[in-house]
Design a binder for this molecule. Structure first.
Ligand SMILES: N#Cc1c(-c2ccc3ccn(Cc4cccnc4)c3c2)n[nH]c1N
Length: 245
């Protein structure tokens, strides 16, 4: 197996979609070995308590350190080399981008800690960092209830980069953010649909002109929707299309 992934959550059923489609296939092909664990496995009281009131006051509850400590002890064999990476989705995390997906696709073992409530006691991450690399990561500037949906997103972005998971590797090459621009629009049959026609050029068979048309469309879209992405393009890319302002 190329990659082992452990996910710990108090809502393990939230991760059920990881059994489907591409990720299901990656698991079946043996390239990905995924296990989802219920954090309450590592509680010992009759109520299986995972949360408590926050020191310093404030609203909501905080996830207790003890169950997380025992969960990580159970999931990280002593002396595992290289150590797994612990990924903790959090509103306070570093932005999750394609570069991180590529980095994490090269890991042998990932452990995802799904927080809920107001988050996980920070000492869990501090202690884990003495044994393994730890990354707090955020999907974006909006507030979710917990880390589970972030793990679904991260797992999709990472798994599709594993060898043999994507059917035709070409679609990797063309994907957005690979050439630093947004994707050009895509079309398929019928050529005319509800009065909307496919751009003639795409049906011309002139592959040179089609490639140019797609790049122009990608640049226009990027300039309109994500000017921030253009700011970081190497100048040569802009010069090529002489759209430098
Ligand atoms: N990744 C990611 C996230 C989260 C996220 C992730 C984990 C947890 C665990 C608990 N919460 C709720 C919560 C805690 C503190 C303040 N506000 C909300 C989470 C939110 N929100 N937005 C993102 N992009």
């Amino acid at each position: 197996t190329r990659m082992r992934v452990d996910v710990v959550s108090i809502f393990p059923e939230y991760l059920a979609p990881l059994d489907l489609s591409l990720i299901g296939r990656a698991r079946a092909s043996g390239v990905l070995d995924l296990a989802v664990h219920d954090l309450r496995t590592w509680t010992h009281d009759v109520h299986r308590t995972v949360d408590d009131t926050p020191y310093g006051g404030g609203p909501g509850m905080v996830m207790r350190p003890e169950p997380w400590g025992e969960a990580l002890d159970a999931l990280v064999p002593v002396g595992e080399e290289p150590p797994p990476r612990l990924v903790v989705p959090s509103p306070a995390g570093v932005p999750f981008r394609q570069a991180l997906a590529h980095e994490w696709a090269a890991e042998r073992h990932l452990i995802f800690a799904c927080g809920r409530y107001e988050g996980i006691d920070q000492r869990v991450l501090e202690h884990a960092a003495t044994r393994m690399p730890v990354t707090e990561v955020s999907l974006g500037d909006y507030v979710l209830f917990g880390g589970e949906v972030a793990v679904l997103v991260i797992m999709e972005a990472v798994t599709r980069l594993l060898p043999g998971v994507l059917g035709n590797a070409d679609s990797l090459a063309e994907e957005s953010h690979a050439h630093g621009l947004l994707e050009a629009p895509v079309y398929t049959k019928p050529p005319g649909w509800r009065g909307h026609d496919v751009p003639e050029i795409l049906r011309s068979g002139d592959h040179g002109r089609i490639a140019r048309w797609r790049r122009d469309e990608a640049l226009v879209r990027t300039a309109r929707r994500r000017p921030d992405m253009l700011a970081v393009l190497p100048a040569t890319e802009l010069d090529k299309r002489d759209i430098a302002a």
